[in-house]
Write a protein that binds this ligand. Structure first.
Ligand code: DGJ
Length: 783
């Protein structure tokens, strides 16, 4: 709900179910931020006066705004959108250079409008509502004919408020826009901690917390994509906030390019948070009549710790970001050819792999890289999107038919934004690739970036990909992007507009994604950029899932997926079971754990299913069957982190009606002589009775190594013929957990699990829980 509080001084109160956001227009015309936090109500300005900063005399050594407003020092006020030059020396929201070279900006209030419709921005993706209604406040500020619109959108049920801005140059002069951010939140105090998610290839979403006690803490990407270096999602919270208790603000940006966020503690111990397109390398020329649209920033607040914040964000992503046929539809279990075959593919080995997958219960087979042009390694052929006739003599149409005839779907990999110099496309259109004329161009993965700021390139991409997607029965596309930007330069744009290249690239990409997802609504698109190098809300507006990381090691994945879980729901995280030793870490983990971790995402497989042991095949069949039964909960249920961190990960996903839940307990390294663990559920109905149980598996006797000799009458040489024979025929049952209890018990005290094996005895009621072991627990309401 958006309330305009009528008085001489216009004030606004934005309310969600549990939060509120308030600001007032100062007599000087500057929107002063009053409050963002748990819900408050007010009907008159008097009632908001308590929140208002009291000012009689300016602090020392500051700039006084004007003689008329001589108690206004912009450096010491909480503001909604700051310019620079009139004394606010903190992070500005907008920076521009006028035709005369001056840089001072001073946008002041002109008018407001409240509607229940969200105006579509022309160039950028944004949040939406299924019924088309979104509460919306547009604040119009003005300076010398330039109009700055600040838009607020309210999503009450997920406690989210989003913000974006638009600069319209209605003046008579050309201006150079150096920054127009999306969110600004000024808090009256300091001592806030920032938790952000940095990383690298195969180490995405590594959580770290900093308390910026003075000065600035910056989270940014300069890679051209939202990046694995720093995800645009972050949180601001009290240092003692815990998983379930305490104040947390969550921020994200609906944008896939260079982003920037800063938490700054001012000289007067106020905290400013800003977020938007990264000003580094950005400069946009606005001629009279031209407009610049800033992406939409997402803000939430919760009193219920990180967990409350996550559930708000998850709900927002599921309801207001994901869309189209696949937005909220259960994702199929897929098998991807990459780690099984890399570039070494042919129609026959792909069909054989697809068949092996189908026999395990796979629903979709995906042919990854290597199928087009001369693509036998990563030095060549990107851009040549025609089937390699030696590998696929019948083209995509015959291959897709053969796979579809197996009763499963067919999908493929593309990387349309890129070109190898060694390709027919580059030969024909060298000017389509980004490069500075006559300068060394540094490459990444031997490839260059096509200049999507050039409409000729984006139009070609739409048509070429449409041709590819129509050339067979294709129900899934993995859209990859494997290098970050360097030597950014568009051969298409004039020199003075080169500062727009990186942003215009994103606009070109969104145009392509929009066109293709509209043309092929039935295709499930999965975003990918060397794993999670572009895991963001901009991509998710078009592609409902993103490959979380090229790292498929279950232990690393438990951290990476836990990282994503702070800001993104499980259904949009691509997660695969792969072979052991793992191809990124050479670590071996049990098949149970590889499945259990991947099952808390959009489950897939990425291994040679023909080469699996019969035991692994058998287990995989059972696991996929189980996944299908619990998929709705695992992909779309409310997610709670129970234990996080170094050694133990406990998660639970709970169905919306709280009747079903799946828990996960994973241990990294076992500690000896520690027998008891508890699983304390979250999110259940305290008054309902539930059955809590596991699916007891079979224990491979070889797990005990030479300890087998404590049970056998004759000596068994470890890994010898006899050992292997016994292992083949003697299977021991795993521990059984099966309890019935009220939700209040399961959440209050939790389940004391079976004793963990600790070197002092074993029977079938002992939980064998060595390094990297894990269990899934199923919780069902008993009516
Ligand atoms: C990088 C992706 O993240 C991988 O999954 C795989 O598709 C390769 N590219 C193919 O080149």
């Amino acid at each position: 709900m958006i309330k305009k509080i009528n008085s001489e001084q216009d004030s606004f109160l934005l309310q969600t179910d549990n939060t509120a956001y308030a600001f007032t227009i100062e007599p000087s015309g500057h929107p002063e931020h009053l409050y963002y936090g748990s819900k408050i109500d007010a009907d008159a300005l008097d009632e908001l006066f308590a929140l208002h900063q009291k000012r009689e005399f300016e602090p020392g050594n500051v700039i006084v705004y004007s003689e008329e407003h001589n108690t206004t020092s912009l450096e010491d006020i909480c503001l909604e959108c700051s310019g620079e030059g009139h004394g606010d020396v903190r992070e500005p929201f907008i920076v521009l250079v006028r035709a005369d070279g001056s840089r001072t900006t001073d946008f002041r209030y002109k008018s407001y409008e409240i509607t229940d419709l969200k105006p579509e921005f022309d160039s950028l993706p944004g949040s939406y509502s299924k019924d088309g209604k979104v509460e919306h406040l547009c604040l119009t500020l003005e300076e010398d004919g330039m109009i700055l619109e600040v838009h607020y959108y309210v999503y009450p049920e997920c406690d989210v408020i989003t913000r974006s801005a638009k600069l319209i140059n209605n003046s008579q002069e050309e201006i150079q826009l150096e920054r127009l951010l999306s969110a600004q939140l000024d808090l009256p105090d300091h001592g806030w901690a920032v938790t952000a998610f940095h990383g690298a290839w195969a180490r995405e979403m590594d959580k770290s917390t900093v308390i910026p006690d003075r000065g600035k803490y910056i989270i940014e990407s300069r890679t051209g994509c939202s990046s694995n270096r720093a995800n645009p999602f972050f949180m601001l919270h009290r240092p003692d906030t815990s998983e379930d208790i305490g104040a947390v603000y969550g921020f994200n940006l609906i944008y896939s390019g260079n982003h920037y966020a800063c938490a700054q503690v001012s000289a007067f111990f106020k905290t400013r948070v800003v977020q938007g397109v990264n000003p580094a390398g950005f400069r946009c020329i606005l001629e009279p009549g031209e407009t610049f649209e800033a992406p939409e920033a997402v803000m939430t607040y919760s009193d219920y710790g990180f967990s409350g914040q996550s559930r708000n964000m998850h709900r927002f992503v599921k309801e207001h970001i994901l869309r189209g046929e696949w937005g909220n539809k259960e994702r199929p279990v897929l098998l991807n050819s990459w780690e099984a075959s890399y570039f070494n593919i042919s129609e026959s080995n792909l069909v054989s792999l697809a068949k092996a997958g189908r026999d395990l219960g796979i629903e979709l087979f995906v042919m990854d890289d290597g199928w087009f042009g001369d693509r036998n390694d990563d030095f060549r052929a990107l851009g040549d999107w025609d089937c390699n006739p030696k590998k696929l003599p019948g083209g995509l149409s015959r291959l897709s038919k053969k796979v579809t005839d197996l009763g499963i779907g067919f999908g493929l990999w593309v990387e349309p934004e890129m070109v190898n110099v060694n390709s027919r496309l580059y030969e024909a259109h060298p000017d389509w690739a980004m490069a500075i004329p006559n300068k060394l161009h540094s490459e990444g993965r031997h490839q260059r970036i096509l200049d999507l700021s050039n409409p000729e390139v984006s139009d070609w991409m739409i048509e070429k990909m449409s041709e590819v997607f129509s050339s067979g029965n294709i129900t899934y596309v993995k859209w990859d992007m494997n290098r970050i930007f360097s030597d950014v330069y568009s051969p298409y744009l004039p020199p003075k507009r080169q500062g727009e290249t990186a942003h215009r690239y994103m606009l070109g990409l969104y145009k392509v994604m929009k066109a293709l997802t509209e043309r092929f609504p039935h295709i499930l698109f999965e975003g990918c950029a060397s794993g999670g190098c572009r895991f963001d809300l901009g991509i998710l507006c078009y592609f409902p899932q993103i490959w979380g990381s090229d790292n498929t090691d279950a232990v690393c994945r438990s951290h990476i997926q836990e990282g994503y879980s702070y800001g993104y729901p499980q259904c949009c995280i691509g997660a695969h079971v792969s072979a052991c030793p793992n191809h990124q870490t050479l670590r071996s983990t049990p098949i149970e754990t590889r499945f259990n971790i991947a099952a808390f995402g959009a489950l897939g497989y990425e291994l040679n299913a023909n080469d699996m042991t019969s035991d692994d095949k058998e287990q995989t069949r059972l696991q996929i069957t189980l996944y299908k039964v619990w998929r709705d909960v695992l992909q779309f249920g409310d997610f709670y982190r129970i234990r996080t961190g170094e050694n133990h990960h406990q998660w639970i996903a709970v169905s919306e009606d709280k009747s079903r839940a799946v828990g996960l307990f994973m241990q990294e390294l076992v500690q000896p002589d520690l027998q008891s663990h508890r699983f304390i559920c979250k999110g259940l109905d305290p008054d309902r009775t539930y059955r809590f149980h596991n699916i007891s598996g079979k224990v491979n006797i070889k797990l005990f190594g030479s300890l087998i000799n404590t049970m056998t009458p004759i000596h068994v040489r470890q890994d010898g013929i006899l050992h292997n024979m016994i292992a083949r025929f003697v299977k021991m049952g795993g521990e059984v957990e099966d309890y019935t209890a009220k939700g209040s018990v399961l959440m209050g005290a939790g389940v004391a699990l079976r004793q963990q094996f600790s070197g002092n005895g074993y029977n079938e009621s002992v939980r064998l829980f060595p390094d990297f072991a894990s269990r899934m627990y199923f919780i069902e309401a008993v009516e």
